[in-house]
Design a protein around this ligand. Structure first.
Ligand SMILES: Cc1cc2nc3c(=O)[nH]c(=O)nc-3n(C[C@H](O)[C@H](O)[C@H](O)COP(=O)(O)OP(=O)(O)OC[C@H]3O[C@@H](n4cnc5c(N)ncnc54)[C@H](O)[C@@H]3O)c2cc1C
Length: 698
């Protein structure tokens, strides 16, 4: 009689009892893995050992060398420092007050004992600064955010929005942590809409000071990191008001500017007069960071405390700026703050690597079910598990190279101040930050689920990672808002193209795309289904770019149509989902282009082949996910869609064969991974000992 086991397999006891049937079933377990369209036997690869995929050798050390490049030394230094200091490691359970205290001590030790000077690094070598951010995020995500508030936000605002006098006065003391500070932009009523902030900074020509005021409770500065406990200063974003200089002698509102406001006494740490600070309280995550709310009542600061790079007020109250309009000054001000966004995109990739590493190692270790009367198999040998985790592992690689590109562009921007590069970095950082942080947030939940019940133990970290990382989607610009900036820029480029203008670097591909991609899809290539064709980077990149170009073209037409009846704002809102899809599609094109480039540039042949496999999975899985779009316009015929689907399953299986090496190559030490189920060896033993069982003698 046929039976159904818990795994859902159907079989007959009689059949399974014969040795021939057992062999057949074991064989079928290999052969059931999908074969790629156009040939390619799985047999030899499957039997050749777990370090081989389709005849490829994966060497974790060689992969690490290529991935980590010149930052390996610095990251190792940070890891080793914390690993050697157990009292600086964050325990699984920690009350908020103790966590905040620990987080400050972790940061202070990094600066004062390990000798890492983040602000100096940021100024001299931004790529190394971001590598430090990733490493401290491995120690505790709260620590990465605390460091980010102190250096990217507070320090970054002073060096990027201030001038020489500010650097001379503050740089060293911010760097050595003598001046812990905050970045006070968000208000209770306004977060994303920065131009609507209400805090005022009114110039007093008599005393040569600015007076900082919170005009109503909606303007209380809210969520300000470092404010509840540790900050001594804040960069406060406020409307600069010049009395009597507006029309008819009214006060003139010069728009949002940044001011350095001391908030606590340097000696006693008491909150200064006129300032009220309250604690934003316990959060869903990141409880090592002390977020506070600030209200100002006629707080006076010297005129010199205006961060005056883009606009200044003279002793006689006269306003000067090299930029002619409020909008241009606002854009320049915000443009200088992209470092925080770059840092979040960078750190988010680090979080994804940790989550994927734990999930993959556990999936290799964990065995459930198997052929009748045979040993159980690793859960990573289930096709469904490969489907959950292997594209995610491929994405972690893809994002790794994309963020390296972003950091290179950012470094170039800082070096050259080139306008085109600056515009590119602004859009690229918005797009990558949104895309990567949203992807990582979803992936952490999938990793938790793929580890079953043990994924739910706090010690195995997914809860902490998920809660701490979740807000990455919101701060430094809400992802939905940031993606609209990407879409807006694409449309601007599109219009420029039709006006005969030039396109900036990131959008170069659109130049060709207008002609090539918008013509009718080729009915012959739409049917090509051979593995060589599907794994050709040109096919993959063309497919991504075709989709972006179509989306761009169609949304531009829709906007134009709706503009007539709904006006600009209404038309934009009517097309908003379309615009967000466009932005994501463009960012995926950029990510793939960087991955293909990284594969091509890899000097070691074997490593290059492994990366090519991972890159193919990344590209084809994305195409498969959006196959409806491609089918709708006959870019892909039914036979080709089927071949892509099969190949994605096959490549997932191939990547599974080298999955251990691929996660080992991230090179995150066990003491940083910390989850017992994600250890490189003896995971179960570490887990049982962690809850109090004695180790059994062997
Ligand atoms: C833990 C934490 C730490 C923080 N640290 C700091 C800090 O140190 N300094 C600081 O200044 N701020 C800080 N913030 C504030 C943070 O930057 C803001 O929360 C963020 O900018 C989003 O603003 P908001 O909360 O007002 O969201 P809102 O803008 O009100 O967004 C709410 C929702 O509306 C949607 N939405 C808004 N506008 C649009 C639109 N145009 N189109 C479509 N949808 C839209 C968003 O997608 C979102 O889902 C922090 C916040 C948190 C939670």
């Amino acid at each position: 009689m046929a039976t159904t086991s818990r795994s859902g397999r159907h079989g007959s006891d009689d059949e399974e009892s014969t040795p021939a049937m057992r062999r057949l079933r074991r064989l079928s377990l290999h052969l059931l893995q999908p074969a790629p369209e156009g040939g390619g036997s799985l047999g030899p690869a499957a039997c050749a050992g777990k370090r081989r995929a389709g005849g490829l050798d994966a060497d974790a050390a060689a992969l690490t060398a290529y991935l980590r490049g010149r930052h390996r030394k610095m990251q190792a230094r940070v890891y080793e420092f914390y690993v050697a200091r157990p009292e600086l490691q964050t325990p699984v359970e920690l009350p908020m007050a103790a966590h905040r205290d620990l987080c400050f001590r972790q940061m202070a030790a990094l600066v004062r004992e390990a000798g890492v000077r983040p602000l100096s690094l940021m100024a001299a070598d931004p790529a190394e600064y971001f590598a430090v951010m990733e490493a401290v995020g491995g120690v505790d995500i709260s620590l990465a955010i605390k460091v980010g508030v102190q250096y990217s936000l507070w320090g970054g605002s002073v060096i990027n929005l201030g001038t020489k006098k500010h650097k001379e006065k503050y740089f060293d003391k911010i760097d050595n942590l003598e001046y812990p500070g905050c970045f006070a932009m968000t208000e209770l009523h306004h977060g994303s809409n920065v131009q609507a902030l209400q805090t005022t900074a009114t110039f007093d020509p008599v005393t040569d000071e600015f007076i900082i005021d919170t005009p109503n409770d909606g303007a209380i500065k809210w969520w300000i990191g470092n404010a509840a406990l540790h900050g001594k200063f804040a960069t406060v974003f406020a409307r600069l008001i010049l009395p009597l200089q507006g029309k008819g002698g009214e006060p003139a509102d010069m728009g949002i500017h940044a001011f350095i406001v001391p908030i606590r006494d340097l000696e006693t740490h008491a909150v200064l007069p006129g300032i009220e600070i309250n604690d934003c309280g316990h959060k869903i995550g990141l409880n090592g960071v002390d977020n506070g709310a600030l209200r100002f009542r006629s707080v006076r600061i010297p005129r010199d405390n205006l961060l005056n790079r883009f606009g200044d007020v003279a002793r006689d109250g006269k306003y000067t700026s090299s930029l002619p309009t409020i909008n241009r000054r606002f854009a320049a001000t915000l443009g200088e703050l992209v470092g925080g966004r770059v840092g979040l995109a960078y750190s988010s990739v680090g979080v994804l690597k940790v989550a994927v590493t734990i999930a993959v190692r556990y999936a290799l270790l964990r065995q459930q079910f198997g052929p009748p009367k045979e040993p159980e198999i690793s859960v990573l040998d289930y096709q469904s598990h490969q489907h959950k985790l292997m594209p995610m592992l491929a994405s972690a690689y893809a994002f790794h190279f994309a963020r390296a590109y972003l950091v290179d562009m950012y470094s170039e921007m800082k070096k050259t101040n080139d306008e085109d590069v600056t515009a590119d970095v602004h859009v690229l950082s918005s797009g990558l930050k949104s895309y990567i942080t949203s992807y990582t947030a979803k992936s952490i939940s999938i990793c938790r689920e793929s580890c079953g019940g043990h994924g739910y133990a706090a010690v195995n970290r997914f809860g902490g990672l998920r809660n701490d990382h979740d807000i990455f989607q919101t701060f430094e610009g809400d992802n939905t808002v940031l993606l609209q900036q990407v879409a807006g820029d694409l449309l601007k480029q599109y219009q420029q193209k039709f006006k005969g203008g030039t396109l900036s670097v990131t959008w170069n591909y659109l130049r060709d795309s207008m002609g090539t991609y918008l013509s009718q899809p080729n009915p012959v290539t739409a049917r090509w289904e051979g593995e060589d064709h599907l794994r050709d980077p040109k096919f993959q990149l063309d497919a991504f770019r075709y989709r972006t170009s179509r989306l761009l073209h169609s949304v531009a037409a829709r906007l134009q149509k709706h503009m007539k009846t709904l006006g600009g704002f209404g038309a934009w809102n009517r097309c908003l989902n379309h615009l967000l899809t466009l932005a994501e599609s463009h960012i995926e094109s950029v990510i793939l282009a960087r991955f293909i480039e990284a594969v091509k540039s890899c000097p070691d042949e074997k490593t290059r082949e492994v990366l090519k496999l991972v890159c193919d999975l990344y590209a084809l899985e994305r195409i498969w996910k959006d196959i409806g779009t491609y089918r709708n316009v006959d870019y892909v015929a039914p036979n080709k869609a089927k071949a892509i689907h099969k190949l994605v399953d096959y490549l997932s299986y191939q990547v599974r064969l080298v999955a251990r090496e691929l996660v080992d190559a991230f090179d995150v030490p066990d003491q940083i991974i910390r989850a017992p189920i994600g250890m490189q060896s003896e995971a179960y033993a570490q887990y049982t000992q962690g809850v109090g069982f004695y180790r059994q003698p062997t």
